[in-house]
Design a binder for this molecule. Structure first.
Ligand code: AMP
Ligand code: ZN
Length: 137
């Protein structure tokens, strides 16, 4: 299921060189070219899945295992103070490359990495609507 026009397919499968931190049969972990912080890395499956909704749960689970292993190494080796593991789905969520990937972002005290939101208020109406939705088969 390789997408010939997809840059992350080419990187993950070694057709385009990358700064690779980890590789196995199924995944490649590379350094982000435009890092949010020192050590910002991306977990790429070698198979093409556009997003969270396309990637099978078992592949996602193994990707999480790889993310944990590499994150621990980066966190310790770079003496980070914190860590964000994040993954964007859809343009409105900030996804710019439509090949599933997880961001591993080391965080340092006082850094200016902008991962956050303005907290809202859970309304009664939203709570009931969403709880009802979650009970549907
Ligand atoms: P997203 O916005 O979640 O789709 O993340 C895409 C990420 O891929 C961004 O952080 C980019 O800086 C990064 N990126 C795009 N092209 C490359 C590339 N050729 N090599 C490494 N990182 C890349
Ligand atoms: Zn792809």
């Amino acid at each position: 299921m390789k997408d010939c026009n997809c840059i992350f397919c080419k990187i993950a499968n070694g057709e385009i060189p990358s700064a690779t931190l980890y590789e196995d049969d199924e995944f490649r972990v590379i350094l982000d070219l435009n890092p949010a912080s020192k050590g910002h890395a991306l977990v790429l499956p070698k198979e093409h899945f556009a997003n969270l909704f396309e990637i099978p749960a078992d592949v996602l689970g193994r990707a999480a295992g790889v993310a944990k292993k590499v994150s621990e190494k980066l966190f310790n080796g770079l003496h980070a103070d914190g860590f964000n593991l994040l993954q964007n789905n859809g343009e409105s969520a900030g996804q710019t490359v439509f090949h599933f990937h997880m961001h591993l972002i080391p965080r340092y005290k006082g850094d200016t990495v902008g991962v956050g939101w303005k907290p809202g208020t859970l309304t009664d109406e939203d709570r009931e609507e969403i709880l009802a939705l979650s009970r549907q088969e």
